[in-house]
Design a protein around this ligand. Sequence first.
Ligand code: AHR
Length: 498
Amino acid sequence: MAKMYVNPKVKKGHINPELQGHFSEHLGRCIYEGIYVGENSDIPNVNGMRTDVVEALKEIKVPVLRWPGGCFADEYHWKDGIGSKETRKKMINTHWGGVVEDNSFGTHEFMELCRQLGCKTYINGNVGSGTVQEMSEWVEYMTFEGVSPMADLRKANGHEEPWTVDYFGVGNENWGCGGNMRPQYYGDLYRRYQTYVRNYDSKKPISKIACGANADDYHWTDKVLETAFDHGSGYMNGLSLHYYTVPSGDWNHKGSATDFDEKSWYKTLKITLKMKELIQRHGAIMDQYDPEKKIGMIIDEWGTWYDVEPGTNPGFLYQQNTMRDAMVAGINLNLFNKNCDRVKMANIAQMVNVLQSVLLTEGDKMVKTPTWHAFNLYKHHQDGELVESFVETKDVGLEESCMIPNLTESVSLGTDGRLHVTLTNASLTDSEEIDMVLAETAVKSVKGTILTGDMKAHNTFDAPETVHTEAFSGATASGSSVKFTIPACSVLYLEVEI
Ligand code: AHR
């Protein structure tokens, strides 16, 4: 039996809802078809946004949405996406599949989507191929209330009131698709561009996010901070980090989303667990510049990246989603919670039909993926206080070089006064009996929900409910302890009344 210790009296930090954020790019069928079908579509929609998709996203309480990219962001010129749709510029989406981008989804549509979702807005600006003026005017267009050329243009385009831009990314992957820059050069550009991301409304300051590293490029983090971190004036509120879980570890042969064996299961999870080391090591560099943790680590692209589904456009990055993805989601969301003193936002890539999506669509059909179900369990942590917790683990796996701890966990104290506990069991064969002991706290009641199934189980348009959650009645409370058995290959949520 594994012991788990929870001390509800020791608070470790606030769990920003944004840790469960999302990312939507003009890539494949994410925006077009997946989210936006246009007002004249036969698919039920409100102002062009698919009703089924919006409802499913509201259910998991999407807290924030990043847009328009990704690599697309550093090629995006926002003025192409405003005004009458008939006259909007048509262009080739050179990054993603070489398809025609008709710009029918632009700033107004993005803001409308966020309004419908009730989520915060995260706009990613163009540093790679855009000008300072262009970036500055975009911010003016979106957020300035008074009389100005850009505010007047917004009003002429039908939106009288300014919108709220909660987060603004100054470039994306500028070490790669966003301009192939060196960190010192980007750091200098960041200083310059961010100057013109004006706070027109002092009551709603925009959080400015600098482009951070790819995976374990610690040099990038160090040099960008050395160049651009400003002690005092707060011109950097966040520094991003991108890390994808590629199961084979080889970008040329990433592996199938659905056709994999047990060895690949453990390897994928070992690769995803590298996130812990990345947070610690990038965090240690950030601590040197920012010991008070004023700037957030913003993990604004994470998730699994497989070979595309056979027969689909390689530039569309469309992949299925199994219990393996749910496990990846559960492990990462626990890690983000555990590091909530530094990690302030994380955005899974991407929301619909691209990479590790929570939803897949085909025509008028939609399925919720196992990843959606994992997010639905973890939503109870949003806005909670992380409390101290620890669980005893054992190593599991098939090869000595690829062993991983069987369990991960995180526990928060919600605004409802209850403890919210999430656990993952990555073992494919062994369930684990757990005795969870609460320090100096009596348990009144406990209930739970579980997501479990075969490692390759997934939902299809013909069988959309193969993977689903069920009530978990296997936990018993006595005094200050809760005993339960977490099955192999499962993600578990417990709500504990204290
Ligand atoms: O999410 C797909 C792509 O991955 C993004 O456009 C880019 O930022 C990253 O390389």
